[in-house]
Design a protein around this ligand. Structure first.
Ligand code: ADP
Ligand code: MG
Length: 585
């Protein structure tokens, strides 16, 4: 094998260009990225050693060694992890394998074009997507990777690049399994030769990396200042500790770590859940409800809970641990009872996993209910971020219908400020005469608030729920009623008759319709039976509108507006029709 020069794939070249030329503000994140890669490599090695008896270097102690070399002006991050074969180095370091980075590229390009890039937004974008290995080119003129894979028969390789469009790959000297990444620091990045700077960054970003991270400094004269490098991270699995041993600040630190190193002020988690279970399955769980909806909430390959088996990470994004409608929850689950050598498919069907999922679901819903009880203001914020996702559960999870129903919140005409109301509070406030839970649905909340359909209900002092989320009416279809009160749209049918009364008769027998109505509303009795002065107007409207309407009638629902369109009782509401039309291919 000889030295070969390769061109980077186009998207890598584009990313490198972006990384080297624009992301100055957050250059320090390179260290977090390289340490996390090293930690991943250690996890993979531990796993591989368990499932492959031929795997080399089983005697190696898993650790990460960071060497500051002030004489050579380099920073080296070295691990005893899985290493890379020549093919793997070419594949993993020469292409962008994961879609997250591509998303990041696109998002940055979009934000730049729109002039939206600020330091904070750039920071949170990197936090969400991660630029990974390529972030090293923010601070290095040249990156040299020395690696030896643990796969039987592997040979050491060296990968090097100046981040300028090409990389070289050649045979290497490395004797022990693992990888070292050497960074030749740029002239304006010499700060990373400072011991305290590096140690501070490790504590900030990588404290909970579960493997020891050690720091060693070689001074300007080439003298090794740390013959026995000391560990600088905590390396404890916080989720396996007892809650009484932990402070709020421990959780905050861990959450930051979990979210990729960044939590902007105001984005702190809404709630957390930390518990251990022993029966029927042993596991630890540490879950957080994030303070802001992640950008990938509606994406296929979004982040999910991390799954560990006996401290070995077996899956980074395990989306079967919680139902889809709780997919915004982030955290870690670690079980003693899971096999290590399982495929993603096997894991989906694993009995233990189903048991864990049941407990996590139940406890998560309870956590949300408690928050709703204890801190309505905070819960309102949570609802604004994740309400749309939670609502999906009413369609998909019949088993949790009761719990989910209590979590629903709506804006209503009783609150002009946009405050939220629960169904329990709505029913509680209902007067004795009010039989239904009123709602009005449509795409635009302001338009709903101004709808003439509200006039009669408002005049009676009754509240109406505003449903402007496209899924709201779907949700109602699976709810139908709450505490024995039916949901009824104020745009549907006559206001004082129950929705079931509708039938085809209404079309050709408007008089009977009126009789029904009159039975129920004695006050209006006389006006209705006698010919009204408004009849000629109605007849004219019928002629003009023709087949475009089913009927034209005098109405009691209006107190100010002269006319409005009404949905036939029991039929599809216009909003629903609109949604169905949109859903058609
Ligand atoms: P990600 O970590 O999200 O996969 P990165 O850009 O950080 O993306 O790394 C790209 C790939 O390079 C990794 O997935 C891994 O296969 C490989 N890699 C990087 N660093 C190491 C390392 N220290 N040991 C082994 N493989 C590594
Ligand atoms: Mg990485």
């Amino acid at each position: 094998m000889s030295s070969q020069t390769h061109e980077f794939k186009a998207e890598v070249a584009a990313l490198l260009n972006l990384v080297t030329n624009s992301l100055y503000t957050n250059s320090e994140i390179f260290l977090r990225e390289l340490v996390s890669n090293a930690a991943d490599a250690l996890d993979k090695a531990r796993y591989q050693a368990l499932v492959d008896s031929e795997f080399a270097g089983k005697e190696l102690e898993p650790h990460i060694l960071i060497t500051i070399d002030k004489q050579a002006e380099t920073l080296r991050i070295e691990d005893t992890g899985i290493g890379m074969t020549r093919e793997e180095a070419t594949q993993n370091l020469g292409t962008i394998a994961h879609s997250g980075t591509l998303n990041y590229l696109q998002e940055v390009q979009r934000a730049r074009a729109a002039g939206e890039v600020t330091e904070a937004s750039e920071l949170s974008l990197i936090g969400q997507f991660g630029v990974g290995f390529y972030s090293s080119f923010m601070i290095a003129d040249e990156v040299v990777v020395n690696t030896l894979s643990g796969k039987p028969g592997s040979e050491a390789v060296v990968w090097r690049s100046k981040g300028d469009g090409s990389y070289e790959i050649e045979p290497g000297q490395r004797q022990t399994r693992g990888t070292s990444i050497e960074l030749k620091l740029k002239s304006d990045a010499k700060e990373f030769l400072d011991r305290w700077r590096v140690e501070g960054l490790i504590k900030r970003y990588s404290n909970y990396v579960m493997h020891p991270i050690r720091l060693r400094v070689i001074d300007e004269q080439g003298e090794d200042k740390d013959p026995e490098p000391k560990q600088i991270n905590a390396a404890a699995a916080i989720w396996a500790q007892s809650t009484s041993e932990l402070e709020d600040s421990d959780y905050q630190e861990f959450y930051k770590h979990l979210m990729g190193g960044f939590v902007l002020p105001g984005d702190e988690p809404f709630a957390r859940l930390h518990f251990s279970a022993d029966a029927p399955i042993q596991f630890h769980a540490l879950l957080f409800v994030p303070g802001r909806a992640p950008a990938d909430l509606f994406q296929e390959d979004r982040k999910a809970l991390q799954l560990y088996a006996r401290r070995v990470m077996v899956m980074e994004n395990c989306d079967t641990l919680l139902p889809q409608y709780l997919r915004f929850i982030r955290g870690v689950v670690d079980s003693e009872d899971l096999p290590l050598n399982v495929s993603r498919e096997m894991l989906q069907e694993h009995k233990s996993l189903a048991a864990i999922r049941r407990q996590l679901t139940r406890k998560s819903l309870k956590l949300l209910a408690e928050l709703a009880d204890e801190d309505a203001e905070k819960y309102a914020k949570l609802w604004n971020e994740f309400g749309a996702v939670l609502k999906e559960g009413l369609h998909t999870d019949g088993g949790q219908r009761k719990e989910l129903t209590e979590l629903l919140r709506y804006r209503s005409i009783a609150d002009d400020e946009g405050g939220l109301i629960s169904l329990a509070a709505y029913v509680e406030a209902m007067g004795e005469d009010q039989k239904n839970i009123w709602y009005i649905a449509g795409p635009d909340e302001t338009a709903l608030r101004n709808s003439p359909h509200l006039e009669a209900v408002r005049a009676k002092g009754e509240n109406v729920l505003l449903m402007s989320d496209p899924v709201d009416e779907w949700v109602l279809q699976s709810l139908a009623e709450y505490e024995g009160k039916a949901f009824r749209s104020v745009t549907q049918g006559e206001l004082d008759e129950p929705a079931e009364d509708d039938d085809a008769d209404k079309d050709d027998d408007a008089d009977k319709d009126k009789d029904d109505d009159a039975d129920k509303d004695d006050d209006a009795d006389k006006d209705k039976r006698e010919p009204s002065p408004i009849d000629p107007l109605i007849n004219m409207a019928k002629v003009v509108l023709g087949a475009r309407v089913r009927d034209v009638r005098a109405s009691k629902r209006l107190t100010e507006s002269p006319s409005c369109l009404v949905d036939p009782a029991g039929g599809l509401s216009r909003n629903m029709e609109r949604i169905l039309r949109m859903a058609q291919p």
